[in-house]
Design a protein around this ligand. Structure first.
Ligand SMILES: Nc1ncnc2c1ncn2[C@@H]1O[C@H](COP(=O)(O)OP(=O)(O)OP(=O)(O)O)[C@@H](O)[C@H]1O
Ligand SMILES: [Mg+2]
Length: 364
């Protein structure tokens, strides 16, 4: 295994050490074959389809560590929603295993399944669907209420979440008093405020206009720092996938064709299909100082070179924000994680190499 692959498996974007032995979500050989409803098929068609079926998800395997944002990316019809519906057991898998926190999801008995859906996972759809007759605080606290959380605790959590999405002064407002973007913020606050450790998000931002969408992506990263959920996020937008995902799985016609960090996909696309996709990516807005620092410190093997006098930047700084620093004469920057610990250094040359279509590995 290469150093890069090892890194992809053992640390996420936040630099948290992870145990490769114990993924929180572990999916192996997951397959779904849809058979058309018998009553709707006719004669020979029924016979043929019953034999063959339609393979919507074909032998897909992946692992998600606790606290990670795992993105499933692919074109329409590639099987993304089918995967998360199987994780949620909204539909039954035809084959393969799904293990969540050591539990075999496919064999949960009805009562265990109810507990799994109520306590462990929370599904978030494109339309957050606020209750129009409930105030913001009651909307956000609702998920906790149905889980039987005490009124005082659920309201405190709802207020905290609403503050984080910038609506702390509107907690008693009704949804129809809000703009579309504000409603989305409430929906996101509600999703993150529940006790569920896992969020399954199926294209939650796809219907938004680009400015609100960007705002929501930034908000999700900010909220995630606070709530540290384990998130499976579905999108067909590679820019969004790379911005949000600690790891990204690319799907094509039911198959998982590559799984890795944004940098892995950019540096070594496993398939001409991915190569075509990544050509369209705005590298300056998806690659971060942290990604480059982790990549280069492994390539250097000795960790970061001396950087005592280098300016410190947070690991989430995207490259287009670094460019003015280098333009002002800095030779390198010191990249720090959320706790202020140094991850490594990034030089101007590495940033330019990472921005070039030939990529970072070409520079070293
Ligand atoms: N209940 C079903 N019965 C038959 N075929 C289905 C069913 N659900 C999904 N499919 C088919 O399985 C394939 C994958 O569907 P899925 O909804 O997982 O795609 P997706 O990647 O989520 O697409 P989109 O981006 O459009 O949401 C599609 O060809 C779809 O038509
Ligand atoms: Mg879908």
């Amino acid at each position: 295994m290469s150093a890069k692959q090892l890194e992809a498996q053992t640390s996420d974007r936040t630099g948290q050490a992870m145990n490769p032995e114990a993924p929180f979500i572990h999916v192996e050989h997951l397959t779904k074959v849809f058979h058309p409803a018998k009553s709707r098929s006719l004669g020979w068609l029924r016979k043929k389809s019953a034999q063959e079926g339609f393979v919507a998800v074909n032998d897909v395997s992946f692992q998600v560590q606790k606290g990670q944002v795992f993105v499933i990316m692919g074109l329409s019809g590639s099987g993304k929603s089918t995967i998360i519906r199987m994780v949620n057991r909204l539909i039954d898998a035809s084959d393969g295993t799904i293990s969540v926190d050591g539990k075999d999801v496919r064999s949960l008995a009805p009562t265990e399944l109810r507990a799994y859906r109520n306590q462990t996972i929370n599904m978030v759809f494109q339309h957050f669907g606020l209750f129009p007759h409930k105030s913001l605080i009651d909307n956000v606290a609702f998920g906790l209420k149905v889980r039987g959380v005490d009124k005082q605790i659920r309201e405190a959590k709802a207020v905290e979440a609403l503050k984080l999405v910038g609506l702390g002064d509107r907690i008693h407002a009704m949804p129809d008093q809000l703009s579309g973007g504000m409603k989305q913020r409430v929906g996101l606050a509600r999703a993150l405020a529940t006790d569920a450790e896992i969020l399954l998000m199926d294209e939650p931002f796809s219907a938004l206009d680009p400015l609100i969408r960007k705002d929501m992506q930034e908000l999700l990263i900010k909220l995630q720092r606070n709530f540290k959920k384990t998130i499976i996020f579905v999108t067909h937008d590679l820019n969004e996938a790379m911005y949000l995902g600690d790891r990204i799985m690319v799907m094509k016609q039911g198959k998982d064709i590559q799984c890795g960090t944004a940098l892995d996909l950019l540096e070594a696309p496993a398939d001409p299909y991915i190569e075509e996709f990544v050509a369209e990516v705005d590298r300056s807005r998806v690659l971060t100082a942290g990604m480059i620092a982790r990549h280069t410190s492994i390539a250097r093997a000795t960790g970061s070179p001396a950087g005592n006098e280098a300016l410190q930047v947070p690991e989430g700084t995207v490259l287009h924000e670094l460019l003015p620093i280098f333009a002002a004469g800095a030779g390198q920057v010191d990249v720090v994680d959320n706790d202020g610990e140094s991850i490594g250094t990034v030089t101007a040359g590495e940033v330019f190499a990472a921005l070039s279509p030939k990529g970072l590995s070409n520079a070293s």
